[in-house]
Design a protein. Structure first.
Length: 520
């Protein structure tokens, strides 16, 4: 009992609190992240706490005041970025306190005051450790429980869905001899050709014409069914609108709110795997689109000590700390292999290049394959030049949420990435067609557009000669695989109305008003 009481009064709260920022950020972004990405921020935080404690112990020579100053130092360190963005979003008239020179002084004064107070009252802090241990433990426990609950619930849902998927498979008329490889390639935020020219002054007709010459059908009036990636892809891969997809979970006795589990355990995937297809998927850096249980999962090797490769979660974590000061003043950027983009977004760059490099090799895989490739180009951060070189000007990605600093850089960065990924897709499509023994099915789609005015207008092209007569200009993704399955697998899906919901399942968007699309 005495040992337990002694342990409870040991100042462990700096290390307990150090785990909170990473856990809380993860809990707030559970659907978006790969939970393995929490590990390095946690280790980094504990190292920070340990180094701070060891250094300050030399000053105080007593555990309680040392631990208290470390705690406040961690609070200052982990809140710096949050405070910076808060001040930036709420200026005082024309003046803003969101300047590093102001925050540096304020935080330095705060830390100095904490040290002075701790030195003055150090001997009287002996009874604070128990309460601060309990307080920080309760604080860290809240996001930990949310993360654990999410893992348990989503894993249970995935198991039940996977178990029931094969029962939903319809009889198919196709045989093993004529099953084509099927490619579903998503170019994130690639908007429609007419919207590209209207809103960004970019003419991608060379790309669309090039695909047409290869035999692709270009849906010139296509729109997304939903204005967000998760809902858009979940709907498309389950051949139905989100409420109906949710009912599939409800019928299994599962929570319909976990509908996004059906992006990875989709009806399209289960149908094709039941017919003998092997699923090929790529690492994306986002848990909700990372099909790590695919038959073939093409990922980059994890290197815990490679500090030049950060995940999106790790980059966001760093941006919220006092390291933002060093990043914005570019003191740390010298360690990158290719400038600013290298340090902040090297992981993103390498993931996209991995997909683009591996796609042309898939025809060599034996047997029919279903490939899901979620390419985060031309999505922010804008890190590719039109010729594929890596952008080193941080103004393209140092704005809010890794976006550009202003409209000028948004247009320029978006156009560059559209040009780059269009050229890549044209070359990849040509290789896939040339190297496939059986003519493949290739769908290249945007999940959504980039901004409000073009959010629902998407790129949507098909190489599917057997389905050519069924494709039409205003087709939406919810009908893509209905048409493909009917034409290639002998199924009998009815087509659904093509409806676009910019904000979930509320009011549908206004009818198409683009020239030549009004009646689409």
């Amino acid at each position: 009992m005495q040992k337990l009481r002694s342990l409870a009064n040991t100042p462990m709260y700096p290390w307990i609190f150090a785990a909170y920022p990473a856990l809380q950020l993860a809990a707030a972004n559970l659907i978006q992240i790969d939970l393995q990405d929490i590990v390095r921020p946690l280790v980094f935080s504990w190292i920070m706490a340990t180094i701070g404690y060891m250094g300050l112990y030399l000053v105080f020579r007593h555990p309680e005041p040392t631990a208290l100053v470390v705690l406040f130092g961690l609070i200052f360190f982990f809140t710096y970025g949050h405070v910076y963005y808060l001040l930036r979003d709420y200026p005082v008239g024309e003046f803003t306190f969101a300047r590093h020179r102001y925050l540096m002084v304020a935080y330095a004064l705060g830390l100095a005051t904490t040290i002075w107070i701790a030195r003055k009252i150090g001997p009287r802090l002996s009874n604070t450790s128990l309460w601060l241990n309990a307080l920080t433990l309760a604080l860290a426990f809240i996001p930990f429980v949310r993360i654990a609950d999410h893992l348990i619930e989503t894993n249970e849902t995935a198991r039940e869905v996977s178990k029931s998927s094969r029962e939903l498979v319809e009889d198919a008329a196709a045989t093993d001899d004529n099953l084509p490889d099927i490619y579903y390639i998503i170019l994130d935020t690639y908007t429609r050709g007419d919207a590209l020219e209207r809103d960004y002054g970019y003419d991608n007709s060379w790309f669309l014409d090039g695909l047409s010459n290869l035999g692709f059908y270009v849906a010139t009036c296509s729109r997304s069914n939903y204005g967000e990636t998760l809902t858009s892809l979940t709907s498309a891969l389950n051949l139905d609108y989100i409420p109906q997809v949710g009912r599939r979970l409800a019928e299994l006795g599962l929570d319909a709110n976990n509908v996004f589990v059906l992006l990875k355990q989709s009806l399209v995937r289960s149908q094709l795997e039941a017919l003998g297809y092997r699923t090929v998927a790529f690492q994306t850096g986002f848990d909700w689109s990372d099909m790590q249980d695919a038959d073939i999962y093409l990922s980059l090797a994890r290197k815990p000590l490679d500090l030049q490769r950060m995940s999106a979660f790790e980059a966001l974590f760093i941006e919220n700390t006092a390291i933002k000061l060093l990043l914005d003043t570019q003191y740390l950027l010298k360690i990158a292999d290719f400038g600013a983009a290298g340090f902040r977004h090297r992981g993103h760059v390498e993931l996209q290049l991995n997909i683009l490099e591996e796609l042309p090799r898939i025809p060599s895989i034996e047997g029919p394959t279903f490939t899901f490739a979620h390419v985060l180009i031309p999505h922010t951060p804008f890190v590719f030049e039109a010729n594929g070189e890596i952008v080193t000007d941080p103004r393209y990605y140092s704005g809010e949420r890794a976006g550009p600093i202003n409209r000028e850089y948004l247009i320029r960065g978006y156009r560059n990435e559209v040009a780059f990924v269009s050229q890549q897709m044209l070359e990849i499509a040509e290789i896939l067609l040339r190297q496939s023994d059986v003519p493949p099915v290739i769908i290249i789609q945007g999940d959504t557009g980039l901004e409000r005015d073009n959010k629902m207008q998407i790129l949507n092209v098909y190489y599917a000669p057997l389905a050519a007569a069924e494709l039409y200009p205003a087709i939406t993704p919810v009908n893509s695989f209905r048409i493909i399955f009917n034409a290639y697998l002998g199924m009998d899906f009815d087509l659904l109305p093509d409806i676009s919901y910019p904000k979930g399942d509320g009011e549908p968007s206004a009818p198409e008003t683009a020239p030549n699309c009004e009646s689409g």
